[in-house]
Design a protein around this ligand. Structure first.
Ligand code: HEC
Ligand SMILES: [Cu+2]
Length: 365
């Protein structure tokens, strides 16, 4: 004998509903009272507002999750097919439940409208927050972040300094592919797109060191595209600005090649150069040529600039970069690529002396 479909909500429906409500209330309270900054510190002014929005979304998301999944499990158990049911048995067929349909339309509509109003408010606060005390530019490159300050002659790379409690505007763009500028502790993020300038406004309020992460897959070394945002005290920021400006103007540490230390150069090579250069022969190219036989390769007697291999000429490539024809064989071969200059490689004059010593020491073996 086949069962006739059992009408009603199912045994224990209201107990389950009360249970889910209690669970929902507990999780909601946890979401509301738990300080997100315990997990991820807040380093700038809009962070708290963004966290509040996140909490609001989580409260609604949690309620929907708890009831939908809770009742899904409950109904799956209560209305499962029994061994005694006939193979043709089907569930109760319900058509038109105006009361139900009304509520499942009205409640989500109200939720979405509340979320919309709240997010637009936060978004407009972000757009209209003051940000003009310090204006700067952030430019994405494969694979580094460039920062430009009005007070500095040259760009700085992968290192961004900001004075605490000062509203900043960062104009964000790209030099090549699409990158993304994200500082989790500031809760702020913008795609870096060639030809498009987006402006981020925030006020750093927590001195410290934070990671700047590229979150758009931008090529082979995307995973290494990480910069550092230093939120400094006003005095430290001025100190950094002055020191950087001085070194850019050639003031700090003149280039003295005789002081080069090959061991220090080797360590630096691993950090700054080995993504593009092997220590094998010229032909063992990565992005640029192999540098292991820079001064001892009869097939490439000269530097790519066409100049003889002297410490001074190697240093000049490290200072100025090079992107012209490959003249190392005495003939004009097409450029191998672009060798970044001193600023782009973020190396000091002392670093150059060490690197030149290291490069030339490899050819002496
Ligand atoms: C983004 C990739 C890249 C990085 C990083 C890079 N280089 Fe280069 N380098 C090149 C390319 C490409 C060339 C060849 C340029 C040309 O021929 O047009 C080159 C050329 C050179 C040359 C001339 C080689 C020759 O045989 O004449 C030297 C020396 C050199 N690089 C040293 C360095 C050192 C030291 C570093 C680390 C501070 C470094 N490079 C970082 C790409 C890079
Ligand atoms: Cu990137």
């Amino acid at each position: 004998m086949a069962h006739s479909p059992r009408p009603g909500l199912g045994p224990g429906f209201w107990q389950v509903a009360i249970g889910l409500t209690i669970l929902n209330v507990i999780v909601t309270i946890l979401i509301v009272v738990y300080p997100i900054q315990n997990i991820l510190p807040e380093a700038a002014a809009p962070a708290r507002n963004i966290d509040d929005l996140f909490k609001l979304l989580s409260v609604f998301g949690n309620a929907i999750f708890v009831y939908v999944v809770g009742f899904l499990i409950y109904f799956t158990i209560v209305w499962r097919r029994r061994p005694s049911d006939s193979p043709e048995a089907i569930g109760i067929q319900i058509h038109d439940a105006p009361k139900l349909e009304l509520w499942w339309t009205v409640i989500p509509t109200i939720l979405v409208v509340i979320i919309a109003i709240y997010s637009v408010k936060i978004w407009s606060d972000l757009q209209n927050s003051p940000g003009d005390a310090l204006t700067m530019e952030a430019i994405g490159h494969q694979f580094k972040f460039e920062f430009r300050y009005a007070a500095l002659k040259n760009s700085v790379y992968d290192e961004m300094h900001l004075p605490v409690d000062t509203p900043v505007s960062v104009h964000v763009t790209s030099d090549d592919v699409i990158h993304s500028f994200w500082v989790p502790e500031v809760r702020i993020k913008a795609d870096m797109v060639l030809g498009l300038i987006q402006t981020l406004r925030f006020t750093p309020n927590n001195v410290g060191k934070y990671r700047i992460i590229c979150t758009e897959f931008c090529g082979t070394n995307h995973g290494d595209m990480v910069g550092t945002m230093y939120i400094d005290s006003a005095a430290d920021f001025q100190k950094w600005l002055a020191a950087t400006s001085k070194s850019q103007n050639g003031g700090a540490g003149a280039l003295v090649l005789s002081k080069g230390d090959a061991a220090l150069g080797r360590a630096l090579f691993g950090q700054k150069c080995s993504t593009c250069h092997s220590t094998g022969p010229f032909e063992q190219k990565i992005v640029g040529p192999g540098l292991g036989k820079l001064a001892s390769d009869p097939a490439h007697p000269d530097l790519v600039t066409g100049e003889p291999v002297t410490p001074q000429n190697v240093a000049s490539i490290l200072q100025n970069g090079y992107g012209g024809n490959d003249l190392s064989t005495g003939k004009a071969n097409p450029p191998i690529g672009t060798m970044p200059n001193q600023q782009a490689n973020a190396i000091s004059n002392g670093d150059i002396a060490n690197l030149v010593a290291f490069l030339l020491s490899m050819s002496k073996k």
